[in-house]
Design a protein around this ligand. Structure first.
Ligand SMILES: [Zn+2]
Length: 295
């Protein structure tokens, strides 16, 4: 199934692109979309509802997401991002905030059990998608809270977190350099490599979005499992550090069976804002990169 999803990726992206630009979508493209496992790999809904209130299960007239729209749009699975922003780091409230967001996300999933179910492994994702619900995988963005602490990492795993970003969003933490801050370590520290190995052992997906080039390369080298970049533009299109280099995107990541997903947000695409709207994501398929671990 994974190979089929990979083959479908670009066709599906194209169908989304055409649909978003008002061009009529063919029956073939619609069928392809319906048959594919459609996986949104970076979704910030939890933060919206945490700060503004409300419920993911209710239709809203604004924003890009609510569960009824996602279901109508054929989304099968999602990395439900728990974004702990930089404003929590200085006072060291980031672990507390991570725990609050995890609690909030689990409560939202429980309240909307008719639409969505928490997935802890790839088998769960396939089972939940087949049942007609959306599989939600908890995903930490802003890993400063880890501080390289493997005990905290294991606690996050026990709470159901299955995707963790290596750097602390746009900050470098104590074990990994970010794309967009002073480079402290030339990639990963020795302890950062231990963090990668522990994530491999537990079955947590390693997300290299927001990482520096060296962190990306070293994570790919150290990890025994596929590494993912859940939301990126291409540096060859817009030359900013946040975007991914071509050799990593086109050669290194596919060699690990990992994947890189593209966003159409103007900041990433620069002058080539193909969809003419801000923001809009369009490439949303994924591989079955979640390890087949039980529990
Ligand atoms: Zn991000």
């Amino acid at each position: 199934m994974q190979a089929a999803i990979c083959r479908a990726r670009w066709l599906l992206a194209l169908s989304c692109l055409l649909g978003a630009s008002g061009v009529q979508v063919s029956d073939v493209a619609k069928r392809l979309h319906a048959d594919a496992l459609v996986f949104d790999a970076h979704l910030h809904a939890v933060n919206r509802y945490f700060y503004l209130g409300g419920d993911m299960g209710r239709s809203v007239p604004d924003g890009q997401f609510d569960l009824p729209r996602a279901r109508r749009g054929g989304v099968d699975a999602m990395f439900l991002s728990l974004y702990i922003s930089e404003k929590y780091y200085a006072q060291r409230y980031e672990t507390k905030q991570a725990l609050r967001l995890i609690d909030f996300a689990i409560e939202q999933i429980r309240r909307n059990g008719g639409f969505v179910e928490q997935a802890r492994n790839a088998t769960d994702v396939e089972r939940i998608a087949k049942s007609g619900k959306i599989a939600a995988v908890l995903d930490i963005e802003g890993g400063f809270d880890l501080d390289g602490d493997l005990r905290v990492l294991r606690d996050l795993y026990r709470l159901g977190v299955r995707v963790v970003q290596l750097p602390a969003h746009n900050w470098s933490n104590r074990f990994a350099d970010s794309c967009c801050a002073e480079k402290k370590w030339h990639g990963l520290t020795e302890h950062g490599r231990e963090v990668v190995r522990e994530m491999n052992r537990l079955g947590i997906v390693i997300n290299i979005s927001h990482a520096s080039d060296e962190t990306m390369e070293q994570a790919i080298d150290v990890s025994s499992d596929p590494v993912v970049a859940t939301h990126h533009g291409l540096r060859s299109v817009n030359d900013i550090p946040r975007n991914i280099r071509r050799n990593i995107s086109v050669f290194r990541l596919p060699m690990t069976s990992g994947f890189r997903l593209t966003t159409g947000w103007r900041w990433w695409t620069g002058p080539l804002n193909w969809l003419g709207r801000t923001p809009s994501r369009w490439a949303r398929t994924s591989t079955g990169a979640l390890p087949y671990h039980a529990g």
